[in-house]
Design a protein around this ligand. Structure first.
Ligand code: FES
Length: 185
């Protein structure tokens, strides 16, 4: 039996890429320092770089962990409590590991009418997961999503930064096969 969660509590993560580095520390290499410097340079006050740096943490690690919040806090001279309060306010930041492929199935009106719920259930079954929980192999997290802006192509499914349209329960296997083929390992 699957546990239902409301779509509003899950996040969108359009920039997430498949080659996450979940254990990386954020600002100990040139890439991280460069991202930090560039973000800070855009604002008169460096605390304003908080949202971009949380986004960077998610881009690099796949989620915003307590450790990455701590690193962002130190980098921006903020308290960890403040960073945590901002990160938990926005649903766009994942507070749990998302797996290599974060599969978001739209079950909003148009997709709902075209079988979005059935597609959602088919993904859960095919990946052996429950909503919002990572598969044992770390590959998949399946979530419901609010409208993905592809209502004319229901059911719409977003996997990391990629869209699949007109998905049906019968084509869920094809979508998963494409993910494996294109970098799922
Ligand atoms: S209702 Fe599904 S993309 Fe808009």
């Amino acid at each position: 039996m699957t546990r239902k969660i409301h779509p509003a509590v899950v996040s969108a993560q359009p920039f997430q890429v498949a080659n996450l580095r979940p254990t990386d520390r954020l600002f100990e290499d040139e890439e991280g320092r460069d991202r930090l410097e560039k973000a800070i340079s855009r604002y008169p006050d460096k605390r304003a770089a908080l949202l971009p740096m949380l986004a960077y943490a998610q881009e690099r690690n796949g989620w915003v962990s307590p450790e990455s919040m701590q690193q962002v806090a130190e980098a921006l001279d903020l308290t960890p409590a403040y960073v945590n309060s901002v990160a938990t306010f926005y649903t766009m930041y994942n507070k749990h590991p998302t797996g290599r492929h974060m599969i978001q199935v739209c079950t909003c009106v148009a997709c709902h009418l075209c079988g979005g719920e059935e597609v959602f259930e088919a993904f859960l079954e095919a990946t052996g997961t429950v909503p919002g929980a990572m598969s044992e192999d770390g590959k998949y997290v399946v979530m419901e999503a609010e409208c993905l802006g592809a209502c004319g192509f229901a059911t719409a499914v977003q996997v990391n930064d990629r869209y699949f349209e007109n998905v049906t329960p019968e084509t869920v296997g094809e979508v998963l096969a494409r993910l494996e083929q294109d970098g799922g390992e």
